[in-house]
Design a protein around this ligand. Structure first.
Ligand SMILES: [Zn+2]
Length: 535
């Protein structure tokens, strides 16, 4: 120990995930890194006059939890309206929209997020279902998967949409007899209305971002892998960090779309090495398909409605070329691929493109995967980034939109987290907030149980794919670190590793999965700094 530690944690129960010293009670922190781990007496003896002593009695620390798939800025903006995530009937949705309408006043837009498809089973997705609530006020609601929106007539009129619209990429303004129903499938269609919603000023927005990071810390997150980003967003992270408001580490990829030109892509290459102390760029994000529930996932065999046969990029070769460009420039490539055909296309593109030394490309979601593609993850070093809690809409009888679309055979082999992990893939877990709540305790619950907590009678979905408690913790720590090639400095509590820690009231690995959600987060430490204390 050359100099006195900045902080010492003592009296704690610490699970390090370091095989040299799997558990300990104390550690010293210097310059944001773990300097040494050990027993209370040894570590406390290192105390200097300026050392902060952190009484860890009653706290069970694990390496800081990472959400490997989250939309921090877009999610913040899109979750400002009514929370419809757990609204299970049209009447419940109406009730919340009524409250939202009162909140925004007679001149505001009525907005909401988190809608599920099941309440629309009988009626279809139609804007006029809420005419009694919104009257002449514009309304824009977003589904939980962020791939479908619902607008009413007033909103469509402001956006100038009176009938079908042609798009270059996969997107639809759904019409019935030539009249838009209000359903907007995929971003190009959604964007037409999103773009006419009045923007709030930059200061208000900044306050929202700051608040989101505070909430990430409260939930015990010490790092996140953001899934959408632009060169302009890098400035927001720069500002958050300069103000001390960035309370967790962020990897920010640059989002490439089918209409991004080759020149626009080349313009972004120099941003690869942009970074602060807690955030960095270095990755590019692509979508090769959409989601199962709207028939936009790219499947080997069509779904039961005959859909799921198109990639999101009308010419997948162009996607592969873009991957080659970014991979060749040393970027990590990250591809959203839900359907088995999409997963194959991403693996093919990665295999053809190669990767810079030490860089692992990633595939996000992998809700379906062909048997022969499973070993390719391990062979090619491609990361499987998965979100078992996306099964939250599952119904035991298979009548949920996801299962109804793919049928029982494919449902029985859904979200193959255990198969991929056992095959040698790096497995990283996350929430995809705002698609699902970001609380890692909920994500861990679904990874372990594959059913909702407390619903003991509910059969788990593809239960053989459940992860053990320790494998689940690894998905949020060591696996998440490996997914961004930072496993030599992150994901474990070990001398030389970053001092990022999540402290619970009890050991999450020893906590029954049905009770995980009730396990209090007592302390979150990032870069050696206590960013949240909840005791
Ligand atoms: Zn996402």
């Amino acid at each position: 120990m050359p100099a006195q530690p900045d902080a010492i944690i003592w009296g704690a129960r610490i699970r390090t995930l370091d095989s040299d010293l799997p558990t300990c009670s104390a550690m010293a922190i210097k310059d944001g890194f773990v300097a040494v781990t050990g027993d209370d007496d040894t570590i406390r003896a290192l105390r200097g006059p300026g050392t902060l002593m952190i009484d860890g009695r009653g706290i069970a620390f694990v390496p800081g939890l990472t959400d490997s798939h989250i939309h921090p800025l877009m999610g913040t903006i899109r979750t400002q309206g009514a929370d419809l995530f757990d609204a299970t009937s049209l009447d419940q949705i109406r009730e919340r929209l009524l409250a939202e309408r009162e909140r925004v006043g007679p001149n505001g837009w009525v907005q909401g997020w988190g809608l599920h498809y099941e309440p629309f089973e009988e009626t279809g997705v139609r804007g006029d279902l809420f005419a009694g609530v919104t009257a002449d006020q514009p309304m824009l609601l977003e589904f939980f998967d962020a791939h479908t929106a619902l607008a009413n007539r007033a909103a469509l009129a402001i956006a100038g949409i009176g009938g079908p619209v042609a798009f270059e990429e996969e997107a639809t303004v759904v019409c019935s007899d030539g009249i838009p129903t209000g359903e907007l499938q995929e971003w190009a269609a959604m964007r037409l209305v999103q773009d006419v919603v009045p923007e709030v000023d930059a200061e208000t927005r900044y306050g929202w971002f700051k608040d989101s990071f505070r909430r990430f810390s409260e939930a015990g997150l010490t790092a996140i892998h953001a899934m959408d980003g632009t060169p302009a967003q890098l400035d927001i992270y720069r500002r958050l960090e300069a103000n001390g408001d960035l309370t967790c580490r962020v990897v920010v990829p640059l989002w490439q779309q089918p209409d991004t030109t080759a020149a626009e892509m080349r313009y972004q290459l120099p941003f690869r090495d942009d970074r602060g102390r807690l955030w960095r760029c270095g990755a590019a994000k692509f979508f090769i398909d959409g989601v199962i529930e709207t028939g936009t996932a790219w499947l080997v065999e069509p779904d039961t409605k005959g859909q799921g046969v198109h990639p999101f990029w009308p010419e997948p070769e162009r996607y592969a070329e873009a991957v080659t460009l970014f991979a060749g420039a040393g970027f990590q490539c990250i591809t959203h691929a839900v359907g088995d055909r999409g997963v194959q296309a991403a693996l093919d593109a990665y295999e053809a493109a190669g990767h810079a030394a030490g860089v692992h490309h990633r595939i996000e979601h992998i809700e379906l995967v062909q048997e022969h593609d499973v070993p390719r993850f391990g062979e090619l070093g491609v990361v499987a980034s998965m979100q078992p809690l996306h099964m939250a809409a599952a119904r035991a009888d298979g009548s949920d939109e996801w299962a109804a679309r793919v049928g029982p055979e494919r449902t029985a082999a859904a979200f193959r987290a255990q198969t991929l992990r056992s095959s040698g893939a790096i497995l990283a877990l996350g929430s995809d907030w705002m698609v699902a709540p970001f609380d890692p305790r909920l994500g861990m619950t679904w990874a372990r149980l594959r059913r909702a907590p407390g619903q003991l009678e509910m059969p788990p979905r593809a239960g053989d794919q459940a992860l053990t408690a320790l494998q689940t913790l690894a998905g949020y720590t060591t696996g998440a670190a490996a997914a961004i090639s930072e496993d030599d400095v992150s994901g474990r509590i070990k001398p030389g590793y970053r001092a990022d820690l999540t402290g619970f009231a009890a050991e999450p690995v020893d906590t029954d999965a049905d009770s995980l959600l009730d396990l209090p987060v007592l302390m979150t430490i990032v870069d050696g700094r206590v960013v949240y204390e909840g005791r």
